[in-house]
Design a protein around this ligand. Structure first.
Ligand code: ADP
Ligand code: MG
Length: 631
């Protein structure tokens, strides 16, 4: 155990407590501010920033964290606004009722608009949700006089709470409190296992699935939740303006919200507030903003997007994190790799019988059968394009096998199950391309690996319910255990993406072990490593083997295979070419001929020296079934 970890954790806990106390303090101060002399002008700025800030926070959730650009937030905001406008002009001025109704309508509108687009994702979602914004005036016209048509609804009364009219002072306090509470819940989501899995999904949906998440459901949920603040914001906006019309929700608003998110920092908690402040305050002060609103926002979007991709808050917090991390790592004590142990793993026998996978006319796998046993490392070798990655993908559920043939774990069939199910049944894996999300520390990266083992969701994360706290504690303990086991203790709080390639590969291995898998599939985990890093990896693999796991290792470097493997399976053109001990394979005539090309001999023991190791142009990366990068 690193002594460092034990001394800094209480301090960090303490800091976190204090920073949580900051929330009610700031909210209380803002509520009291008018009595302390805050001018009407500034009160209006505070209210607008709160309203636009929470609306933008929804964009941060779906776009900044989950990585799906949905431009429909303006339409969702409009649906919340019109719900409140309708209710309050029909005698229902209760603030809580209006807020809840607006949020519900907003979520429903958001889901109707986003659901179909989300399935396809990317450009389709952006376009589909944008068209929704263009439809706003026509939809409002459909409702006729009920919603006031093109002229809008005016004379909206101030809200009441439990029958008491709030008045303008009360409205100010209500907006600050609602905005503050929502932002606190939003913060709780961002800084939770849900926030981490969203960031992981942004990096790669396939990776998120390998951690036990269901990417589409996650996207749909985060998209639905993003509707809540838009609905709340729309409702408060109507009370503040006492007027609503279709012209408030056009293209300008789409760009404004996007600009607030990007300029403030689309991946941060306070970014929306900072962005909302800058774009509410600047236009009042700088006349160029008033005269050329769209041009100014567009130019700022482009500039910030290029120069400060993580926005104002991202820039500051990045600098701060780096300073803290460098102070920590310089005093970090590295663990001694010789003394490492992993808790015992109850390995399962993985058996493939006659498994075939075709892509159109190409047979990537053609009737492959073999077994990988617990406590052993089974190396999978073969030329590029021989079907190794395809084999790992079909075992872990990203590809469907052709009919006939089966894949079993200790006799139990796993073929045909979804990737997140297979992961939960005890199959962990790494990917050929290194996949480490930005914004996560080493410990957090590992914690994501155990995502599928707990059921606690967004709601329990937002409210910090016991189920969430338990899951978080369990993930942290499991991550700390592996951090120790792999000698990463000194680097646990560093951004994982900043580590050397070799250490990142170890982190990926450790993440794959977080779900306590009985079968571990490793795809070219040593490619690109230097000699020392390969040595570290060899030790890690021995550790894994001693613990009892079933390991399948795709590898080109035959000296590494020799050093760790018990059995070698050689594929060529999707077929099983040979199977045996490393020594048997090294002298197998078919392997020599097919793997190395006719006439070549094994020079040294490094078969990999004869091959193109990275294979960056392989169609594996571009094929449709590989969307999201299961390579
Ligand atoms: P390896 O990992 O051994 O280098 P792969 O399993 O990646 O090989 O690829 C095996 C074969 O399947 C190759 O011929 C490749 O072109 C093909 N293939 C792999 N994935 C796809 C895909 N998504 N679409 C079409 N062909 C694919
Ligand atoms: Mg491959």
């Amino acid at each position: 155990m690193s002594t460092q970890g034990t001394t800094t954790r209480p301090a960090r806990h303490w800091l976190r407590r204090v920073s949580i106390l900051g929330w009610p303090l700031v909210i209380a101060l803002l509520v009291a501010a008018p009595d302390l002399g805050l001018s009407l002008y500034w009160q209006r700025i505070v209210m607008l920033v709160a309203i636009m800030g929470i609306t933008t926070s929804g964009l941060n959730l779906s776009f900044g964290l989950a990585g799906e650009l949905a431009l429909g937030q303006a339409a969702v905001f409009a649906s919340g606004a019109y719900t409140t406008a309708y209710l309050s002009t029909h005698g229902h001025t209760d603030l809580v009722l209006c807020l809840v109704a607006s949020a519900v309508v907003a979520v429903v509108v958001g889901l109707i608009a986003g659901g179909p687009g989300l399935r396809l994702g990317g450009f389709t979602l952006a376009m589909a949700s944008f068209f929704l914004v263009l439809l706003i005036p026509s939809v409002i016209e459909l409702f006729g006089e009920t919603l006031g048509g093109p002229d809008g609804l005016s004379g909206i009364p101030l809200p009441s709470v439990f029958g008491t009219d709030l008045g303008t002072d009360g409205l100010y306090a209500a907006i600050v409190v609602v905005g503050g509470i929502w932002l606190f819940l939003f913060r709780n989501i961002v800084k939770s296992r849900q926030g981490r899995i969203l960031v992981t999904m942004r990096e790669s949906p396939v990776l998120a699935a390998s951690c036990g998440a269901h990417p589409f459901q996650m996207k749909l949920r985060s998209y639905a939740i993003a509707g809540i603040p838009a609905g709340l914001g729309g409702s408060l906006f109507v009370f503040l303006n006492a007027f609503v019309s279709p012209t408030s929700f056009g293209f300008d608003l789409v760009i404004l919200l996007l600009a607030m998110s990007v300029i403030g920092g689309s991946q941060s908690v306070l970014g929306p507030v900072v962005g909302a402040f800058l774009l509410t305050y600047l236009p009042e002060r700088v006349s160029v903003f008033q005269d050329y609103t769209l041009v100014a926002y567009g130019a700022m979007l482009v500039l910030i997007g290029v120069l400060l991709p993580r926005g104002a808050v991202g820039l500051l917090s990045g600098l701060w994190k780096r300073a803290v991390a460098s102070r920590r790592s310089s005093s970090a004590d590295e663990a001694n790799p010789g003394a490492l142990t992993l808790p015992p793993i109850d390995g399962r026998e993985l058996h493939l019988r006659d498994v075939a996978v075709s892509f159109g006319g190409v047979r990537a796998l053609d009737g492959v059968s073999f077994s990988a046993r617990p406590g052993e490392i089974t190396a999978l070798i073969g030329p590029n394009g021989s079907g190794k990655t395809t084999l790992l993908n079909v075992v872990s559920g990203y590809l469907r096998r052709d009919s006939g043939g089966d894949i079993t774990l200790d006799g139990k069939a796993i073929h045909g199950l979804r990737p997140d199910r297979i992961r939960r049944m005890g199959v962990g894996r790494t990917f050929q391309t290194p996949l480490i999300p930005r914004d996560l520390t080493v410990r957090e990266t590992l914690m994501v690996g155990a995502y599928g083992d707990s059921r606690s969701g967004f709601f329990s994360a937002a409210l910090r319910l016991p189920g969430y706290l338990k899951a978080e504690r369990r993930e942290r303990e499991a991550a700390d255990e592996l951090v120790e086991a792999f000698g990463l203790a000194g680097r646990a709080d560093m951004p994982a993406k900043d580590l050397s390639l070799g250490t990142r590969r170890i982190v990926e291995l450790a993440r794959a072990l977080m779900g306590r898998p009985q079968v571990v599939l490793l795809d070219e985990i040593a490619s690109g490593l230097d000699r020392d890093e390969v040595q570290e990896l060899v030790e890690a693999l021995h550790l894994l083997k001693r613990s009892g796991a079933t390991v399948v290792l795709v590898e080109h470097n035959f000296s590494l295979v020799r050093a760790v493997a018990d059995t070698v399976v050689c594929l060529a053109g999707g077929r099983l070419l040979a199977q045996g001990t490393p020594d048997e394979i090294a002298s197998h005539p078919d392997v020599l001929e097919k793997y190395l090309g006719a006439g070549a001999g094994i020079s040294g023991t490094d078969l990999g020296a004869h091959l193109d190791p990275a294979d960056e142009t392989s169609p594996v990366r571009t094929g449709p079934a590989q969307q999201g990068g299961a390579s």
